[in-house]
Design a protein around this ligand. Structure first.
Ligand code: GLY
Length: 576
């Protein structure tokens, strides 16, 4: 009964937020469709983690903007209304399909380690790694943010609408206020201790000393002011001395002080990188290469599975998930050893070779779990000079997909890393703790760790913004938050859609079963728990848990697009 009541009030608050979102759409509402879950659209579509961001971005498309224009609006609104997940103080990866040239490219807006960061940034005085939250909370974990530069540079390259007009929706919401969503209210309540370590953060999320409640109207004049400065002066203003000095001071004066300087901002660049693509059956799956491990690890898992006739296996059987899990563990073993910022580390070239996948697939015993799974040797040049590191990525982050009338596609995953990042707030936004995505130890057993802290380096990510092609045409765009489980959420959705022909919404709703390092994680309160005893008899240690993905995507069909939003979060699909 209590559960039903909670569910009822949750739906009421969500519909209040959706109402605020629909009110934003002007002038006419005719032809526009909204859906909490899947929705069909013919012309243009937006799927983000928050109704206000989806509708504001849709409005840009509706008024003649393209997908990149709408991306700027979606991200600036998300940074305001979903501040725990992404924002102006964080980083992002964009996978972009340009309809006119029919090309795919990627933009790396990952944070960088400060030039003054020491290699032992996350080691305690006694030379042991810091406890996770001792590293996260405060200035130490803050990397040079990349999101604003990514928005600015890609808008300069592809945008059609005026930059300042794209910031207006977020600016207006920040000045007039927006309704605190149930998810934000819960996140604040659950993170009280850390959020109150910074006086600015505490006074924003705990006005009068009490946590903000769902449905409360929240204004953020400092955010509006920041957007005003970026409107007038352009995105590069963020990286100039005048603006970045406030961030630097915040980081340096924080209790757990950090190493950022205005030089880090001055030298920060967005990197356009070739998409990392790999075939899977008749599909070409493209995503974000290193420093993200996303595309390589998704493609490795699928590439190994391609040898195991997955489409003939039942999603209801434990054995099917055992085989998927073993492929995932093999891919994660390589990820841990080899993948890091490519400007600092030579990543083996054979990680995506079909022969390598065949050899790795032969290691899978289809009946029982392997006790130990080791990284492979993907090419002749591979040496064992690296060691596995510890880099615990967390569950914050946001993914959105936007398709415009011309067919341009934005698939972007954006983050400040942990929920509420470093918990430091300045100029109306939170600063990231992305540096804790590095391994805390630089070496293990006398060998260096590829993903160790180095000045100027980008920490390894798991973010996997993806676009899938069939017959050289876009077929599917998707991604998710979820720390390193992002890789599994995306891979498992691809399997459900491409192998098992699930409708996109059903694929996203499918109960999660995830295995990265040996333990079988099973989503609590779902039918997946029926398989637990079978997993145990195959030799798995099982962990039943809340697996909070935020899968957002668009499927392209002959009769139009179908957008879908994960029913575990507050996302909304808007299109026409
Ligand atoms: N911080 C999450 C990720 O980059 O994977």
């Amino acid at each position: 009964m209590k559960y039903l009541f909670l569910l009822f009030s949750y739906c009421l608050s969500l519909s209040a937020i959706a109402q605020q979102a629909t009110d934003l759409i002007s002038p006419e509402k005719g032809g526009i469709k909204f859906q909490k879950q899947s929705l069909k659209a013919k012309n243009q579509i937006v799927v983000t983690a928050h109704p206000l961001a989806s509708t504001a971005a849709y409005n840009i498309l509706h008024n003649g903007g393209n997908a990149i224009d709408a991306m700027v609006t979606a991200q600036t609104v998300l940074g305001l209304v979903e501040p725990q997940s992404s924002g102006l103080g964080g980083g992002a990866f964009l996978v972009y399909y340009d309809a006119k040239s029919q090309t795919i490219t990627t933009f790396d807006g990952r944070e960088t380690a400060p030039f003054e960061a020491p290699n032992d940034l996350f080691m305690a005085k006694d030379k042991t790694p810091l406890a996770f939250f001792d590293a996260v909370v405060g200035g130490r974990s803050v990397g040079t943010p990349g999101t604003v530069k990514l928005l600015w540079e890609t808008h300069k390259k592809y945008g059609q609408k005026l930059w300042e007009d794209l910031l207006k929706p977020a600016s207006k919401l920040a000045s007039n206020g927006f309704k605190v969503s149930p998810r934000l209210a819960n996140s604040i309540k659950n993170d009280s201790k850390h959020l109150q370590t910074d006086i600015t953060t505490a006074s924003y999320f705990f006005p009068d000393g009490q946590p903000l409640k769902e449905g409360e109207n929240l204004k953020n004049p400092n955010y509006a002011d920041t957007l005003k400065q970026l409107s007038v002066n352009g995105g590069d203003y963020y990286y100039g001395k005048e603006f970045s000095q406030s961030i630097v001071e915040k980081v340096k004066q924080a209790k757990n002080s950090g190493h950022l300087s205005t030089k880090d901002f001055k030298q920060y660049t967005i990197i356009e990188r070739l998409a990392t693509c790999s075939t899977y059956h008749q599909y070409n799956i493209c995503g974000m290469g290193p420093p993200s491990s996303g595309a390589i690890t998704v493609s490795q898992t699928l590439g190994i599975l391609e040898n195991l006739k997955l489409s003939q296996m039942s999603p209801d059987k434990a054995q099917t998930w055992h085989i998927i899990s073993e492929a995932s563990r093999l891919a994660f073993a390589d990820r841990g050893l080899y993948i890091a910022d490519p400007s600092y580390v030579n990543i083996p070239s054979g990680l995506l070779s079909k022969t390598y996948f065949r050899n790795r697939a032969k290691l899978i015993n289809t009946q029982s779990s392997s006790k130990v799974i080791s990284p492979g040797k993907p090419d002749a040049l591979t040496t064992s000079k690296f060691s596995q590191g510890r880099s615990p990525e967390q569950n914050s982050t946001s993914h959105f997909v936007i398709v415009d009338r011309i067919g341009n596609i934005v698939s972007m995953t954006s983050t400040i890393e942990n929920g509420f990042g470093s918990r430091l707030m300045v100029k109306g936004f939170l600063l990231n703790n992305e540096l804790t995505d590095f391994s805390f130890s630089s070496e293990k057993n006398g060998k260096l760790v590829a993903n160790r802290v180095e000045a100027g380096k980008r920490p390894r990510s798991s973010m996997a913004p993806t676009i899938v092609f069939k017959n050289n045409k876009p077929y599917l765009a998707l991604g998710s938050p979820g720390g390193s489980r992002i890789i599994n959420y995306v891979t498992n959705s691809l399997i459900a859609i491409l192998d098992w022909q699930y409708p996109i919404q059903n694929a996203f709703n499918m109960p999660h079963i995830v295995n990265r390092f040996g333990t079988m994680d099973v989503e609590e309160n779902t039918s997946a728990t029926n398989l637990i005893s079978d997993f145990k008899s195959m030799g798995y240690e099982v962990s039943m848990r809340n697996l909070n993905s935020g899968l957002h995507g668009v499927l392209f069909t002959d009769s139009g697009m179908i957008g879908a939003a994960d029913n575990r979060r507050e996302g909304l699909v808007v299109g026409d």
